[in-house]
Design a protein around this ligand. Structure first.
Ligand SMILES: [Ca+2]
Ligand SMILES: [Ca+2]
Length: 136
């Protein structure tokens, strides 16, 4: 519920759990926050920075379409993955699960971890070291 630092109500009412994402600056001042969820419980597990400057959130949800949730439950809890942009707005989301209880505990962006400029710099360094190898 709205109180002290929290600026949005729980999506499903007083006893309802949601993801609550709070972005602070380097000294802990709140820059933005977003309460994200459906009418039933969302259990937040993990957040990662993404290469576009945004965030990927992982957890699990039992909500059908309601609040921020745009896909129905597949049965019991499902993985609920939510992509935020750099200012905390939802860009896309995905509900993944079977009929049983599916709990997501961690997630990770795949593909190249570093920007192309860093990869190019690494390649140059690597080639340089090869050139300085035995017999050079
Ligand atoms: Ca909820
Ligand atoms: Ca499920």
């Amino acid at each position: 519920m709205i109180s002290t630092d929290k600026t949005e109500n729980a999506v499903g009412g007083f006893d309802d759990l949601d993801y609550w994402i709070v972005k602070t600056d380097a000294v802990g001042n709140i820059e933005w926050q977003n309460t994200i969820g459906g009418i039933d419980n969302e259990i937040f597990s993990d957040i990662q920075l993404t290469r576009d400057g945004g965030y990927i959130l992982g957890g699990y949800s039992e909500s059908n379409i309601s609040g921020d949730k745009t896909e129905n439950s597949k049965g019991n809890y499902d993985y609920w993955v939510v992509k935020l942009d750099a200012s905390g707005s939802v860009e896309w989301q995905k509900t993944i699960g079977g009929s049983g209880e599916d709990r997501l505990y961690s997630l990770q962006q795949t593909g190249a971890v570093f920007p192309e400029s860093a990869i190019q710099a690494f390649r140059k360094t690597h080639l340089f070291q090869v050139a300085q190898g035995p017999g050079a």
